[in-house]
Design a protein around this ligand. Structure first.
Ligand code: OGA
Ligand code: MN
Length: 290
């Protein structure tokens, strides 16, 4: 039986590894242990899994309804028959088109789909093919990030919102159906409070989304840029983060309400294939103390 002894923290502020569990066979008690650990560590790693798309979707659904995958860079929506699965891959098909998103370049720090009014609560990323080097994924704790902010900044941002850009994905590519716009003040985007209350733990969390084209609503452009730069410096301090080196069969899940993530680049001639699911946001991010 899975107990807290099977939960091993993997860094100071973020993430734990769950030992001896087969995600294809989860009973109610096991789910409770996993869900409690997830609330505590905001990121969980499961190794040596072997999941069909159906099993991945079934495990993901234990945490809530799933969002359909966003439209991928190739214009397709998802894996045939599984609209909930998003493919993250640099692999090319017969016509030399990518079968998934994000290519082989760096994916900069972000939370998933924060350009939506109700971004997904949780993302799960499952590794099917991994390059020999590179392509590591880092998570950072936005609970720790908030705690590291100097009081002066905490007070300053307490009632402010960021407009989260909807134009570009974390690989820097234009999203389908949007027009190029590099002006944070005019680009399409969705405002969310900078300091949110985590809906399950009630802790204050910093909510930044993506740096590119971000704008702090109501501030002059330069003040917004300066304040964003300092918030990002605190959030991405190495001590607030964990870097994951992938093995085939790893499933890493993170809480989009309490973390950001990024990916290192890798050799584009190597193959990397991941499947992602995203659990629907139950409520819109809401201001801490509102
Ligand atoms: C994602 C993502 C990074 C990676 O799937 O949301 O940002 O390591 N992936 O593939
Ligand atoms: Mn992502």
């Amino acid at each position: 039986m899975l107990t807290n002894k099977n939960i091993i923290p993997i860094s100071k502020y973020i993430g734990a590894m769950v030992l001896d569990v087969d995600l294809a066979k989860i009973d109610e008690k096991t789910f409770t242990v996993i869900s409690d650990a997830f609330d505590k560590y905001n990121g969980l790693l499961f190794r040596e899994q072997s999941l069909s798309p159906e099993q991945l979707v079934k495990f993901s659904r234990l945490f809530g309804d799933l969002d359909h995958a966003p439209q991928m860079e190739n214009g397709q929506t998802a894996v045939a028959g599984f609209p909930e699965i998003y493919i993250v891959s640099n692999i090319l098909n017969k016509n030399k088109e990518p079968i998934g998103s994000l290519g082989a370049g760096e994916a900069v720090w972000h939370t998933d789909m924060s350009y939506l009014p109700n971004p997904p609560d949780i993302s799960m990323l499952y590794a099917l093919e991994i390059p020999p080097v590179g392509g590591d994924t880092s998570l950072c704790s936005m609970v720790a990030a908030f705690n590291t902010l100097p009081d002066k900044i905490k007070t300053k941002v307490a009632h402010l919102s960021i407009k989260h850009d909807g134009t570009y994905n974390s690989g820097g590519l234009l999203r389908k159906g949007l027009r190029e716009d590099n002006d944070p003040m005019t680009c399409a985007g969705q405002p969310h409070p900078i300091v949110c209350a985590h809906p399950r733990t009630n802790q204050p969390v910093l909510y930044l989304g993506r740096r590119r084209n971000a704008y702090i609503v109501g501030l002059e452009r330069e003040e917004s840029e300066g304040l964003l730069d300092s918030l990002w410096d605190y959030a991405t301090l190495p001590e607030n983060s964990y870097t994951h080196q992938w093995q085939v069969g790893d499933l890493l899940m993170w809480d989009n309400r309490a973390t950001m993530h990024r990916r290192d680049p890798f050799d584009s001639s190597a193959r990397r294939l991941m499947q992602r699911t995203q659990i629907k946001g139950q409520i819109a991010p809401s201001a801490f103390g509102a």
